[in-house]
Design a protein around this ligand. Structure first.
Ligand SMILES: Nc1ncnc2c1ncn2[C@@H]1O[C@H](COP(=O)(O)OP(=O)(O)OP(=O)(O)O)[C@@H](O)[C@H]1O
Ligand SMILES: [Mg+2]
Length: 508
């Protein structure tokens, strides 16, 4: 049976050796090559005649070449194999002297007659090159990531930090190891967390990129205003895998905006004080009226008491009148005080009609005194707007004063109309119209320029301050000619959610 199967087995082996893509080398127990297949010839550059009968160590570069014999001997004595049965990556040498990486697996055989070892060798030069290229490009990527001037983080889809670069640690003022345990949302100001969560949620649901403005808070409670851009990285199946975020420091911009806002506020204040200065005589008169009324009620009371004609009912009614007049004077003074005050930046939800009524209290007298009518048309169902009530009062006051001045200077028209309305959804508008001469084209073009005035005593600041207040509120101030050929100025402001905190009227 043995003799029977021997021949075909040799044939099978020959076929196997010829067909194999990998180099197959058989050696005897002393290391002499007994088989060297076609793939081995191709890989090593030797013909089989050059190798068969020689020590296999010729295929190895030093120091392996010299060690090989010793290694074989040791194995045969001790039975301790370092390579048999285990594939490993080693170095081989070609005929032309070049050295190359191979994957070598070794087996031992004994077919009853012969014994020795079989080595299967795969040239892994290309694979090694690819691995090296991959290693290099991932190293390059790592260097770019680490040294990028912008702060970058890699997170899982929930925002848990997997990797951060140096700029991110510097910007957020954390050590890299500290960040690795955290979620980005935990580093954000608590008021901004919901927004960042919402953006990450959108990315999980299929959005590719997102962007939002958030405040990061450092371990020492410093606040960094930042623009957060994030993008999804997909796996090979197109499934979202992780998020790469870029955090851009916006603190300088934020600071510049804050300074500009502060300047705008100061300018508005100076403008208001100027306007109040011009209104002083009118206002003094306005306050004087209730004071005069109080004085005359008081002396009537006094006369009655001196003449012993006191009647409790009558005295009470006079005292009530005094109280009413005092209240009227008090209202004017309160309105003045809030306008003159150098208020801190304050934004509150304000009811536009009430604000218009507060302004009117301050100019009513001047209007009536100069023989002007006031026409009011207030839309009852108005949304609120967010803003600095004092500044918006200032705008309306300026517009009314311009209207009065236009009509007084030209002698045309006698009515100022104030209207509140909803020009389109989510906006409110306050319009101040006059029936004066309107504006010549050259005036209309330069209307909002600072220091542009056609009045001998004018500063030319009124409308430019109004315009800056309007834009600081996210709104706008525009001009058009109305149906009476006079001027209409329209202050348009974004409406706000009525659930926010409300102040009404002077509120100061
Ligand atoms: N309702 C109006 N009708 C006609 N012209 C107007 C009207 N409002 C403004 N103007 C023109 O626009 C110019 C600029 O107005 P603005 O309020 O900015 O400055 P001013 O009124 O001249 O000075 P002030 O700084 O005291 O307000 C005015 O000088 C005037 O020529
Ligand atoms: Mg003016």
């Amino acid at each position: 049976m043995k003799a029977h199967s021997q021949e075909p087995a040799v044939d099978q082996l020959g076929a196997l050796l010829r067909a194999a893509v990998d180099a197959i080398i058989l050696i005897d127990r002393s290391g002499i090559v007994t088989q060297f297949n076609a793939a081995a010839e191709r890989i090593f550059g030797y013909s089989r005649e050059e190798v068969i009968g020689r020590n296999v160590s010729m295929l190895m570069p030093n120091p392996y070449r010299d060690e090989h014999d010793r290694y074989l001997e040791r194995y045969q004595q001790t039975g301790q194999a370092h390579i048999i049965g285990i594939g490993r990556e080693v170095i081989a040498g070609r005929k032309d002297g070049t050295v190359f990486p191979i994957e070598l697996s070794v087996g031992e055989f004994f077919d009853g007659v012969n014994s020795g070892y079989v080595g299967i060798i795969r040239d892994i030069t290309q694979r090694k090159q690819q691995e090296e290229q991959l290693r290099q490009s991932s190293e390059e990527l790592r260097l770019i990531f680490d040294n990028a001037p912008t702060a970058m983080t890699i997170t899982d889809l929930e925002g848990q930090v997997l990797n951060v670069n140096r700029s991110a640690c510097e910007l957020l003022r954390y050590e890299p190891e500290e960040l690795l345990r955290l979620r980005l949302v935990d580093l954000v100001h608590e008021e901004d967390r919901a927004e960042l969560e919402r953006q990450f949620g959108r990315l999980r649901e299929g959005e590719e990129t997102c962007q939002c403005e958030v405040r990061y808070v450092s371990p020492t409670a410093e606040v960094v205003h930042a623009a957060h851009h994030a993008a999804v990285v997909h796996d090979e199946n197109g499934e979202p895998l992780m998020l790469i975020s870029e955090i851009v420091d916006r603190s300088a911009l934020y600071e510049a905006n804050r300074e500009a806002e502060e300047l705008q506020r100061q300018l508005a204040h100076v403008g208001r004080i100027g306007t109040l200065g011009e209104m002083v005589s009118g206002i003094a008169h306005e306050v004087n009226q209730p004071l005069a009324a109080i004085a005359s009620y008081a002396s009537a009371c006094r006369r009655m008491m001196l003449a012993n004609q006191t009647n409790p009912g009558e005295t009470l009614s006079i005292l009530e009148k005094i109280a009413r007049q005092a209240e009227r004077a008090g209202q004017v003074i309160r309105g003045l005080r809030s306008l003159a005050k150098r208020s801190e930046r304050q934004r509150q939800a304000i009811e536009p009609n009430q604000l218009v009524r507060d302004v009117i209290r301050l100019v009513e007298f001047e209007l009536r005194g100069d023989g002007f009518q006031l026409e009011l048309s207030l839309e009852p169902e108005l949304p609120l707007f967010m803003g600095d009530g004092v500044q918006i009062q200032q705008v309306i006051l300026n517009l009314i004063r311009n209207a009065i001045e236009a009509m007084a200077d030209s002698g045309e028209g006698d009515t100022v109309s104030i209207e509140t309305l909803v020009p389109e959804a989510d906006w409110i508008e306050v319009r101040v119209s006059d029936r004066g001469p309107g504006l010549p084209v050259e005036v209309a073009q330069r209307l909002f320029e600072p220091f542009f005035t056609t009045k001998p005593q004018g500063m030319g600041l009124g409308l430019s301050i109004c315009k800056s207040i309007a834009s600081a509120h996210g709104g706008e101030l525009s001009y058009f000619v109305n149906e009476h050929h006079g001027a209409t100025f329209a202050l348009r402001l974004p409406a706000c959610d009525s659930s926010e905190e409300t102040i009404e009227g002077d509120g100061a």
